[in-house]
Unconditional design. Structure first.
Length: 360
């Protein structure tokens, strides 16, 4: 963060991030010692309703920044409801999956309600517009459905539908460019063009090309930061923070960062050790959220996926994002702390088949 803003008008911004990190340790610890099961059931749906209400409020009184309306101004603090709704959505989905007690998910009684829970915030966030955050919900949905014991054939259909949609976009770009331009927004069209045909417009691919050159120039141990210091990397302190690490600290620094995300493996172990399926699903959803954001944020700067606005968890500047990520860790710790508590039978009758995640 310091290297991303040093010598600019945002110099010292990293101090704010450190202060926020220290402050957010308090809610993280409070959530960790709080019994997560108290957030399941009615509480989860109340939190989800509040999150949806905030997303609707953004549409009317949201703060417009760089052409996107995603924030609510509360004094000097800018709240991003699209970040907060992530946790509430995972809580509701975990509660719905828990009611199935590990049995194979059914299409109408199970998959449709869970899909609706994810569709509503995704649709509202797309209207802001914020494609990056909206796609996070898709990634989390797929992760939770797979671990929730969806049929393999149904998952194949979902993945096939996504593949067909991506293929159709690629085909339309080359076969009927004008039609595709009518179906997507101008800035989305620009990002598609940058990804599929970067040489067609150097101005539109300027960000991605500079990002890849900057990361490449870092070599093994990093360099002085030519691209960063000259302002060739937009939003270096937030969405493009990985480029700063890649250029200034090289392959070794980038690898060290990825190793720090080893915590996701620990989350998997906690999910597996939980005696409560709701806790397991909760951890899986939160882990899926982090994995998707990490993959897309890094991938878009090395040419693997189209450029979109998405923060790098725990590293990018942003109060709402940092708060959500830290509270997510608090929830995971809560699952670990309370894994040996007595589990009451609140999920209805015992399952007719073993509660094992066996895909059929």
């Amino acid at each position: 963060m310091h290297g991303a803003t040093a010598g600019t008008k945002l110099d010292g911004l990293y101090v704010n991030n450190i202060v926020l990190f220290v402050l957010f340790i308090i809610p993280t610890l409070l959530v960790a010692v709080f019994d997560y099961t108290m957030l399941m059931g009615p509480v989860a749906y109340v939190l989800y309703g509040i999150g949806i209400a905030l997303l609707l409020l953004v549409m009317f009184v949201g703060e417009n920044i760089n052409g996107a309306v995603r924030w609510l101004s509360i004094g000097s603090f800018q709240l991003q409801p699209s970040e907060l709704i992530k946790i509430a959505t995972v809580l509701v989905a975990a509660d719905l999956l828990h009611k199935r007690s590990g049995r194979t998910l059914r299409l109408v009684p199970d998959l449709l309600p869970i899909g609706a829970v994810f569709f509503v915030p995704t649709f509202l966030i797309m209207k802001q517009p914020d494609l990056g955050t909206a796609l996070v919900f898709v990634g989390v949905l797929l992760a939770m459905l797979w671990m929730g014991n969806i049929r393999t054939s149904q998952m194949a259909l979902l993945l096939g539908a996504i593949a067909v949609a991506i293929g159709a976009i690629c085909w339309l770009y080359y076969a009927d460019h004008d039609l595709l331009a009518k179906l997507v927004k101008p800035h989305q069209m620009s990002r598609i063009q940058t990804f599929l045909d970067p040489a067609s417009d150097p101005d539109k691919s300027w960000h991605v090309n500079n990002a890849m050159h900057a990361i490449g120039s870092g070599g093994l141990g990093g360099d002085s930061g030519f691209y960063i210091e000259r302002g060739y990397i937009p939003y270096a302190y937030s969405d493009s923070i990985y480029v700063v690490i890649g250029e200034k600290y090289g392959f070794l620094g980038s690898s060290t960062l990825l190793l720090l995300y080893f915590l996701i493996y620990r989350m998997m172990l906690i999910s597996r050790a939980s005696r409560d399926l709701a806790g397991s699903y909760l951890v899986i959803g939160l882990a899926g959220m982090l994995v998707f954001q990490i993959f897309v944020n890094i991938g878009m700067h090395i040419g693997l996926v189209p450029l979109t606005g998405l923060s790098l968890p725990f590293i990018s500047y942003g109060g709402s994002s940092l708060l959500v990520n830290m509270v997510s860790i608090g929830l995971v710790l809560s699952v670990q702390i309370h894994k040996d508590d007595v589990i009451l039978d609140v999920g209805g009758p015992l399952p007719a088949e073993p509660a094992l995640l066996v895909h059929k």
